[in-house]
Design a protein around this ligand. Structure first.
Ligand code: B3K
Ligand code: ZN
Length: 855
């Protein structure tokens, strides 16, 4: 496959200000007629090139005249037409078979619906077009379909007209007045019911809101609608951004390659991010719905009104929009807990990516397949980079920067550089060195050493940064790293204020005066920079911070570090003192002033994968054993407390408030430690919780706790769960996922059996992710010394690649981490990657990921 480079960007040869599309829809055979107005862009003689993927032109017309086959040709799927004038009308006709489109890109069928997915390059699978985000066009779309099977016909923009046709068919016409890139095109046809509501914008315009689902799913759409209205109000209040069309529609579909898609005025969602009720959705699912609804809605400004010039600028819309949705969710719930959750995700996904063979900057320099670049780096690290700018500027100047950005680039296809320039001008700051965050991959390591001089009564903080080499970037320049810092006086328990230290050199010293004794360092508070900090703090210092730090994130972090130190010592076979961890957890559990959600986050042991990241060579078995033992010890020593907490956090009736969610989180944590303690009645307590819970959060947690062990209750609960939910795909996913995540010695065999289960299918991406995606994230199971885990995932990749390359490619990165493992495991992982690459007809998606992973 060929490599596309950022440096090769060239403005388009032809522009397409208008497009009219006419769809004659049918799952077996759909006809698409397109009329494009094209205008020559600049002084050149190059022909019109319209991208196509798997399309055959049945008819090509220019200015109303049919061209014969000598007047056009195909080049790598694209339609090439030499044109003499500067402005023409070009028409094409193609046929599609949506029901056999298993890639879920372009026009496809899902659960009796017809729907589209175009980002990044799916539009070229629908019609011949210049499929690049800097071509902005006004769309007029006519849809016709069988009225009984497809009573609802939706597209972007505003509905204009509809009517009936002969033969039981009907039609609808939609117009989108806002010029948009083709990746934002969408249509949906099907038998859908609507949760209809309205929103009045800040200038008093009324918007009709619709969430479209299968009739029997209607009761599960209330939370999504609430989230949508809250998002619309939030974007007005926080960013001054108002919605711009008369309608805003969302459709839920069962088969979808990722979370959701921000098509203009017609968002299409993976149903797991729309449907929620207490019986089937966990609190994490509820939060997911809220966050993704907000994310897609916010794209209307950060992505749609201002879009990307080319796909190298993807983080321009994604990083910024993730930052926006994170802050929205924090405002809807708890800032402290949301920050902890977001950092946990960043560390689990992005730090791993950044230290492996697929590491890339948030603005990549090259790609083979753009679908492979919808990564945690582009999204989550991209959001951290925006967050650092917001921190350095402060709220008001950051808002001035975003106002300037939106005003200046409205209706344009912009670059990351445009965003940074708007921040500099609007916010009045020099971001010269800061731009390196867009160029350099790899997670910076910051070493922080605090020394105290009793003679001068001063404290010196020495900060050193190093950025590890990443593919194509052996040597790095020092970055601008904002570190929120405070120095605690152990005597008073307080500090003199939080300071923002800017680390800009490889090594830098900061001096603080008037310290009679050595203070305790609290650094990278609020996780102000996405870096790895190493300090010379003692366990006693960390215990102090875990109890006293007034920054909730720093407090959580101190606790995590305390646990990591104990676990890393244990893994290395050292004698370690675990009492500080037990004492710190006891203190948290008995402090009535703390938010239960915060306590639940903080007392949780770091994941096995995170512990792996702390070791030069990951030893999955030793990590599992050490973590299991510490968990058992914490469980046993505090057993009466766990019983007490578990009893006290039992709710009488379900609510979705932050307080109720926090109580459930702590309830589940207590259950988990109780069972880990090996209490004889542990499985019975879990089984009771499983049976009595009036919500999925507690039921699934109980099932997960049981799944780690071998009790009779385990099998009983799995059976009950299956029988109760086997008809509901989203909930059945949880049954697969819980077993694939289980910390159980036989998990690989169980996953293998589940892969043959009658309810398992490769055609539904959610099901694939629930089983193989979850399993590949289960460090202990996936890295079983037999190599069985590697083989299972590789088999899945090979089979899935034939149907859905995009989703197959997402399973490759776990196999690419072989450098971090012992020779035996590394050799087996490499062998699986080689076996995948040897597969004939392998997709560009999987080829790119597997070949880069071997380097
Ligand atoms: N923009 C889409 C992602 C499209 C992924 C294409 N492979 C969803 C989102 O980030 O909002
Ligand atoms: Zn997005």
């Amino acid at each position: 496959p060929s490599v596309i480079r950022r440096a090769d960007y060239r403005a388009p040869d032809w522009l397409i200000p208008d497009i009219a599309l006419d769809f004659d829809l049918d799952p077996a055979l759909t006809r698409v007629h397109a009329t494009l107005s094209v205008t020559r862009n600049g002084d050149h003689e190059r022909p019109l090139r319209l991208d196509g993927d798997g399309l055959i032109p049945l008819e090509v017309k220019v200015d109303g005249r049919i061209l014969d086959q000598q007047q056009w040709h195909l080049d790598a799927g694209a339609l090439i037409i030499p044109l003499s004038g500067d402005a023409h009308s070009v028409e094409t006709l193609v046929e599609l078979a949506p029901e056999s489109n298993s890639k879920l890109m372009g026009l496809y069928a899902s659960g009796g619906l017809l729907c589209t997915q175009c980002e990044a390059e799916g539009f070229r699978r629908i019609t011949f077009f210049s499929d690049r985000p800097d071509i902005l066009s006004r769309y007029s779309v006519r849809l016709a379909a069988d009225k009984a099977r497809f009573p609802i016909l939706l597209a972007n923009g505003d509905p204009i007209e509809q009517g009936d046709l002969d033969g039981g068919r009907h039609w609808a016409l939609w117009n989108d007045p806002f010029p948009k890139p083709c990746y934002l095109f969408a249509l949906v046809a099907g038998d859908l019911a609507c949760n209809a509501d309205r929103f009045v914008t800040m200038s008093g315009r009324e918007v009709a809101l619709g969430i479209w689902v299968k009739e029997n799913d209607l009761p599960r759409t209330a939370h999504a609608m609430e989230a949508l209205k809250n998002s619309m109000a939030w974007d007005e209040r926080v960013y001054g951004r108002e919605y711009d069309l008369d309608v805003f529609n969302i459709v839920a579909v069962a088969d979808f390659n990722f979370g959701a898609m921000e098509n203009k005025g017609l968002n299409i969602f993976n149903s797991r991010y729309i449907l929620a009720d207490p019986e089937t959705a966990t609190d994490i699912d509820y939060d997911g719905v809220e966050g993704v609804v907000a994310h897609e809605y916010f794209h209307n400004w950060s992505g749609n009104r201002v879009t990307c010039r080319d796909w190298f600028q993807l983080s321009l819309k994604e990083g910024f929009t993730v930052f926006r949705d994170q802050n929205f969710s924090a405002d809807m719930g708890s800032h402290a807990v949301k920050r902890i959750e977001d950092v946990r995700i960043l560390r689990a996904a992005q730090f791993q990516e950044d230290s492996g063979p697929l590491a890339h900057p948030i603005r990549p320099e090259s790609y083979m397949e753009i679908s492979n670049f919808y990564t945690s780096t582009i999204y989550n690290k991209g959001a951290e980079v925006i967050r650092m700018m917001a921190l350095m500027l402060g709220a008001e100047r950051f808002r001035a920067g975003t106002d300037l950005y939106f005003d200046r680039h409205d209706g344009q296809a912009a670059t990351c550089e445009d965003f940074v320039a708007a921040m500099e001008e609007g916010g009045g700051i020099d971001l010269g060195q800061f731009r390196l965050w867009y160029e350099q991959a790899g997670t910076p390591h910051v070493r922080a050493l605090l020394t105290h001089d009793p003679l001068t009564q001063s404290v010196e903080l020495t900060l050193e940064q190093t950025i590890p080499p990443t593919p194509g970037q052996p040597v790095k320049q020092p970055m601008a790293i904002p570190l929120r810092t405070a120095l605690f006086d152990p005597a008073t328990g307080g500090h003199r204020g939080d300071e923002l230290l800017m680390l800009t050199e490889a090594q830098q010293r900061f001096t603080f005066t008037d310290f009679a004794s050595t203070p305790i360092l609290s650094i990278n508070r609020g996780f102000s920079a996405p870096v790895i900090v190493e300090t010379n703090r003692s366990q006693a210092d960390l215990a102090f911070l875990s109890a006293r730090d007034d920054d909730p994130f720093a407090r959580y972090e101190a606790m995590q570090q305390l646990m990591v130190n104990v676990l890393v010592g244990r893994i290395a076979g050292q004698q370690v003192d675990e009492s500080a961890v037990v004492a710190a957890i006891r203190a948290m559990l008995t402090d009535p002033t703390l938010d239960p959600a915060f306590v639940a986050e903080t007392i949780r042991l770091p994941s096995e994968a995170y512990l792996g990241d702390q070791m030069p060579v990951v030893d999955p078995d030793a990590i599992h054993a050490a973590r299991d033992a510490l968990q058992a010890r914490i469980g046993a020593e505090l057993e009466p407390l766990w019983r007490d907490v578990h009893a006290k956090t039992k709710a009488n009736a379900f609510a979705i408030s932050p307080a109720a969610k926090g109580a459930r989180k702590l309830h589940n944590a207590a259950l988990h430690y109780l069972v880990a303690a090996g209490a004889p009645d542990g499985p019975a307590i879990a089984f009771t919780q499983f049976g009595e819970a009036d919500n999925m959060t507690e039921r699934q947690a109980a099932l997960g706790t049981l799944a780690n062990g071998d009790s009779a209750e385990r099998e009983a609960a799995l059976d009950i769960f299956y029988n109760r939910y086997c008809a509901d795909a989203l909930t059945l996913d949880k049954w697969f996922q819980t077993q694939a995540f289980a910390l159980h010695p036989d998990v690989a065999d169980q996953v293998e059996a589940l892969g043959r289960h009658k309810d398992f299918t490769l055609t539904n991406p959610n099901r694939v992710r629930a089983l193989y995606g979850a399993f590949a994230g289960n460090q202990w199971g996936f890295h079983h010394e037999s190599g069985k885990g590697y083989r299972l995932v590789a088999d899945c990749i090979i089979a899935l690649d034939k149907l859905n390359p995009q989703t197959a490619a997402r399973l490759v990165p776990p196999l690419g981490r072989w450098k971090r493992f012992d020779q035996g495991r590394a050799a087996m992982m490499r062998a699986e990657l080689q076996r995948i690459l040897a597969e004939p007809g392998l997709s560009k998606d999987v080829t790119e990921q597997a070949s880069k992973s071997l380097e």
